[in-house]
Design a protein around this ligand. Sequence first.
Ligand SMILES: [Zn+2]
Length: 338
Amino acid sequence: MRALVTDTDGPRLITTHALPEVGPTEALVRVEHAGLSPMELAAVAGRIDHSGVIGHELVGTVEKLGSRVSKSHMLGKRVVASPDVACGSCDLCKKGLSVHCRNRKVIGLSHHDGSLADYIVLPLRNLTEVRADIDPQLAVLAPAVADAVHVAHMAPVEKQTYVTVLGDGAAALLAAQVLAKRNASVRLVGAREERFGLCERWQIRHRHISEPGLRADQDVVVVCLEPEVGPSLTGTDAVRTALGMLRPRGSLVLQGPAVHVQGLDFSLGDHLEQVIRDEMRVLGARSGRIGEGLEAIASGLVDLVPLVTRRARLDEGVGLLRAAGEPEQIRTVVSIAA
Ligand SMILES: [Zn+2]
């Protein structure tokens, strides 16, 4: 099969990649569409410790089931997949905290082959059926939408006067949309003015990061960090900026990627003193529930169309990566069918 892989030799499209074998509780999924995000670009750039097929988002069809799940109704169904692959047997999995599995793998990002290939094998429990009325090319983004919904669950924004989302990548643009439905005062602070038009489309207030105004008056600041975010919003700078915006006893929500990315530093460092002095709340957020992401797409809670700035085909090979890295691209959706 065809697969876009990366390792110490760099990224390349292989056309003779072995078809993966299906374990007893797994499913073989023929990939229809896969997402290409800044995480994949970070993986091929060596900023994420991953070797193998890249791609952590997909829509596909279940073509084969393992021996212990062969009676499942999922055969032939169109599905999306939760990127976090849990072992199912560690103490945290048994406590229902499989998202924090001690042996967690992540599709296309950590110790598990990804979705930019003709086929992928995944545990059946990772798959969720996509209803016929949901556009499959938008359902690809279900994991990213799920993460945004998760942030909204974590961030205490109801009845607050001032809420800021710091960032202008897809994660921030999605989080701002979901949070704005709960609190109309939400504003986005970003470094790329060309993306503010999206905020206007969604009637979300926005401000450039360079404008002065760290007035320590925000009730909640949600920092959405992705590898693509420019120098002014990378790591500790973003955390420092966020702390400068927050009022005493405010809440800092740090949303980050599923795996460690070199150069994205959430360290509080010297700012920990301010956290204590001003009695701030610091919350971490990562992966949401894929079903909630799909539901948010189906109900129109989020507007995804303008976030998919490029549609492409797997046969473009490494050219896909170059194009996806252009500054105007937010998300690329790759059609896998030849
Ligand atoms: Zn586990």
